[in-house]
Design a protein around this ligand. Structure first.
Ligand code: ATP
Ligand code: MG
Length: 424
């Protein structure tokens, strides 16, 4: 084009630049809407999931209308934003066609003037009319691609936000390992808070000998689960040390720490799969007799056998187990794992008292020679613990065995008596 005629080339380029300018303005204006559209789409999906999982509560509170209203509000916002995003990006194509034609007209007008002045021949105008078509065609395609690129970039922005979250502390240098774990556990001046500004565990020190059964009791929110989280290295302490057999867990890798423990968490977690798979979770070559004896010990063997497929019953949305039955399965899972340290966080809270006592006996048998941490609100189940740590607001306020603590007549005695009174 430059070789044929410079003036016409400049005309063509300027006309196209104007087109580009338009496109950039529209893209930058509509990007906002694309981002908002993705965010709202996330919100509405979250809302649907929440309503779907909690629909019995919603029914129980007659909150259908409110839920409907919330959904409509979100949906309207999404529709408005989506409409705007689509409208603006829909403008792109006709605009690009317009810009193409605009270049066409500009070349014709400028070319005609040049031809009048005998600066160029008529053929040059015809040639440029072709060139400008070739020139603007890919631009039109770009504009078309821009629309899908825009929603992709808005969506990937959300994904990258997630991926850019801070990584966990690198542990490739933690090559220390503990062989033949004995099970001495000590906390030395441990301080910890989930947020910088609020300490939950203020200054926690305790020495636990191998094989002891340690009970942690205390009011709701005292920091019992937090303590377990620290011991399992789900979180790192702010200061102080937690040691297992004189090795600080800070020097062990997370996997090694997790291998030392079997734990039953406060909230049960079963996955979709057979009962057998749930019990032998991530452990290979578990013999049938081990599974059955674990289930017998927690007293769920009989129930499992009454299911149509026994141990091969698939747990999914259709096979509903009671909360207690789920807990029993998770306890059986911990029994099968058979690690050297044992953590039970409210593991029997949904089980009837008689079964709880049975489990307690089975657990005591299982945990002989193991250090075990038991968190329980029903104090009758931890009476026989070697050490009872009474926690309040992140500190141990009393410690000792059941009789000592009762004699002390402090917070534990008060807790214990209040339960006893209620029961009688
Ligand atoms: N992930 C978290 N982020 C921030 N704060 C948390 C987190 N988990 C717990 N907390 C706070 O830490 C405090 C102690 O919680 P923790 O779960 O340890 O209590 P708990 O003693 O186990 O109580 P419960 O008997 O109800 O199980 C609570 O005040 C709670 O609000
Ligand atoms: Mg808890």
């Amino acid at each position: 084009m430059l070789k044929t005629n410079v003036t016409l080339t400049i005309t063509a380029i300027v006309a196209t630049l104007i087109g580009f300018g338009f496109m950039t303005i529209i893209v930058s204006k509509s990007q906002r809407y694309f981002e908002r559209q993705q965010r709202l789409l996330g919100e509405i999906n979250g809302h649907i999931e929440e309503v779907y999982t909690g629909h019995s509560v919603i029914k129980a509170y007659n909150a259908q209308e409110k839920t409907n209203k919330d959904f409509k509000e979100l949906n309207n916002k999404l529709r408005d934003t989506g409409w705007k995003a689509q409208f603006i990006s829909g403008l792109m194509m006709p605009l690009m066609t317009f810009v193409g034609n605009f270049g066409y007209v500009a070349v014709c007008v400028v070319g005609a003037m040049l031809a009048f002045n005998n600066k160029i021949s008529f053929g040059v105008i015809v040639a440029f009319m072709m060139y400008i078509r070739f020139f603007t065609q890919p631009l039109g395609q770009l504009a078309q691609a821009a629309t899908s690129l825009q929603s992709t970039s808005a969506a990937s922005k959300r994904v990258f936000e997630f991926l850019e979250e801070e990584e966990m502390v690198d542990e490739s240098n933690n090559t220390v390992s503990i062989d033949n774990v004995k099970g001495n556990v000590s906390f030395e001046n441990v301080k910890f808070g989930y947020n910088e500004d609020k300490l939950i565990i203020k200054d926690f020190s305790v020495d636990i000998k191998a094989g002891q059964k340690v009970a942690i009791v205390g009011p709701t929110g005292a920091g019992k689960t937090t303590l377990v989280n620290l011991l399992m290295k789900f979180y790192d302490v702010n200061s102080g040390k937690i040691k297992i057999d004189d090795v600080a867990i800070q020097d062990l890798s997370r996997e090694k720490v997790h291998d030392l423990f079997c734990m039953v968490l406060q909230d049960t977690w079963l996955f979709e799969g057979t009962i057998r798979d749930n019990i032998t979770y991530n452990k290979e070559d578990v013999s049938e007799s081990v599974i059955v004896s674990a289930c017998k010990a927690v007293g769920i063997d009989h129930f499992i056998r009454t299911l149509p497929h026994g141990y091969d019953t698939v747990l999914d949305d259709n096979t509903n187990l009671s909360a207690g039955q789920k807990q029993l399965i998770t306890i059986a899972r911990a029994m099968v794992k058979d690690a050297s340290l044992l953590i039970l966080d409210e593991a029997t809270s949904s089980v009837d008292t008689r079964t709880e006592i049975l489990i307690q006996e089975a657990m005591d048998k299982l945990s002989t020679g193991k250090t075990s941490f038991v968190i329980a609100h029903r104090l009758s189940t931890i009476k026989n613990a070697d050490v009872i740590l009474v926690m309040k607001d992140g500190d141990i306020i009393e410690s000792g065995n059941h009789d000592e603590l009762l004699k002390l007549n402090g917070f534990y005695a008060e807790l214990y008596n209040s339960q006893f009174e209620k029961a009688s």
